[in-house]
Design a protein around this ligand. Structure first.
Ligand code: HEM
Length: 462
């Protein structure tokens, strides 16, 4: 307890022990994502990967609060509200709580196996970058107590805490690298961070005083232009199109109101709004590109007993929309049934898909896993993350690490499939299961003769 009778955990009280509306509001803001997660609990628990959902939420909110913490200084100067500095440390420590939860959830997702956690982190660049940012935030949180500030002295403490700018940059890189498809939100976040950094640079360059309205406008226009250019170059590299073409589509207003419009409506400071406008228009560029499709490529991991042919009707529909649909047949099935053998397992099928990605040199693809193909797509996505923009499950198995089809199937279905295989003259194959009851008779007549037994080991590997 301090002399004012305030317990250290009573963060809503000011130094004199009085309830502070500003601190209470900051605390409420920090707790908002927890409340939102509780409201969404049903959807999270019944989602495909509850822990992964929570990892994303914690990471996202950590980044948001990092931005809010960095916005305190510019905002208190622009709004001439010096008292705001009272909640800066609280927001910073709140950011660290979310980032601590982010890592704890990641560890839980790896089954609390620390050697696996270290292996995962050290083998993925985006995780190495996240881990460096994490350690940096931990160091800043640990030196944020009154005692540490006194021990370090004001100047050294401020110098140390300037590391937050580098940490924010690493966090943004981590965010971009793990984003598999639409980069609108990461671009929006990068633009805001850029504005916050540029504000500080300009204020320092102008002698540390308040920035004039003209300077703020110039700053915002400059950040907007940089965001346009940065996004155009980024999309250009990712989609293999000319950045100039991306910039051309900036003035396509058909694509509707994007985040910029929303920023204006929120009535933020005009300076921030202009910087958001940059994102909106460049977001439109992305939308336009997505719509015109600098061509999306879909690769399908098909279901059990089927093969590439089963997707025949989808080819004209996809090409009519300008997409490329690739439907490889997994080993031992369809036209590759002559290769069937007892040795074929899930790894063989994952290798089939990885082979297609490699030899066709496919990048930025949408990988679809249908039914049993969900197992295959999950394994392939795990091993070729850098090639996959989006993983799509259609009525599919979504396994956790090390799980086989038999681990996820209901007991009765598993027993029925295993006994169907053992009743077979060749006990290593599962004869085709029934087609869904709502399959039209015409499709049943087409598919039934073409479906072939599925190698047993593709379901039983664990
Ligand atoms: C050891 C440190 C870290 C680990 C192991 C880690 C791990 C992860 C993982 C596994 C994902 C999801 C990726 C996927 O599903 O493909 C993720 C996403 C994310 N992480 Fe981290 N991370 C770390 C540090 C950080 C830090 C320091 C920040 C920022 C302050 C951060 C912010 C984010 C964000 C914003 C996302 C995306 C959230 C979204 O989808 O909206 N992470 N991280």
């Amino acid at each position: 307890m301090n002399p004012a009778g305030k317990m250290p955990w009573q963060v809503w009280r000011d130094r004199r022990g009085r309830i502070s509306p500003l601190r209470t509001a900051a605390l409420a803001l920090l707790l908002l994502p927890v409340v939102k997660a509780l409201i969404d609990a049903g959807a999270i628990v019944h989602g495909a990967r509850p822990l992964n959902d929570l990892i994303h939420r914690a990471g996202f909110w950590a980044l948001v609060f990092l931005g809010v913490t960095l916005a305190v200084t510019p905002f208190r100067r622009i709004a001439r509200y010096g008292g705001l500095v009272d909640v800066r440390r609280m927001l910073g420590v709140g950011t660290f709580c979310y980032i601590a939860a982010h890592l704890a959830l990641f560890i839980a997702d790896q089954g609390y196996d620390l050697s696996k956690v270290i292996h995962e982190i050290t083998h993925r660049v985006y995780l190495i970058i996240g881990a460096i940012a994490w350690l940096g935030l931990a160091a800043l949180a640990a030196t944020s107590t009154d005692g540490m500030v006194r021990r370090l002295g004001g100047l050294r403490w401020r110098r140390l805490h300037q590391a937050i700018y580098a940490i924010a940059l690493l966090a943004l890189i981590h965010y971009f690298q793990q984003t598999k498809a639409d980069v609108t939100v990461p671009t929006f976040a990068a633009s805001l961070f850029l504005w916050l950094m540029a504000y500080r640079l300009l204020a320092w360059w102008q002698g540390g005083g308040e920035l004039s309205t003209v300077s703020l406008l110039a700053l915002s226009v400059g950040v907007s232009l940089l965001t346009f250019a940065g996004e155009a170059i980024g999309i250009g590299i990712a989609f293999g199109v000319s950045p100039l073409r991306v910039l051309n589509s900036v003035f396509d207003f058909e694509a509707g109101i994007r985040p910029a419009g929303r920023c204006w409506r929120r009535d933020w400071s005009s300076a921030l709004s202009i910087s958001c406008a940059a994102d909106g228009t460049s977001g439109r560029a992305l939308l336009r590109l997505n719509r015109e499709k600098a061509m999306a490529t879909f690769v399908v991991a098909h279901g059990a007993w089927g093969a590439g042919w089963i997707w025949k009707k989808m080819h004209p529909l996809m090409s009519a929309r300008g997409h490329r649909l690739i439907t490889p047949t997994l080993t031992g099935l369809g036209e590759r049934a002559h290769l069937a053998s007892p040795a074929i397992d899930l790894d063989t099928h994952i290798a089939d898909i990885l082979g297609v990605l490699k030899f066709e040199d496919l990048k930025g693809i949408n990988l679809i896993g249908h039914s049993y193909g969900g197992m295959v797509a999950t394994g392939a996505a795990d091993r070729a993350r850098d090639r996959i923009a989006q993983l799509i499950y259609i009525d599919a198995f979504v396994p956790n690490d090390g799980e086989s089809v038999f681990d996820v199937l209901p007991e009765a279905t598993r027993a029925q499939r295993q006994s169907a295989a053992s009743g077979n003259a060749e006990a290593w194959r599962i004869p085709p299961g029934p087609m869904p009851p709502d399959t039209p008779a015409e499709d049943r007549a087409w598919c039934d003769p073409l479906r072939v037994p599925q190698p047993l080991k593709t379901s039983s590997r664990s």
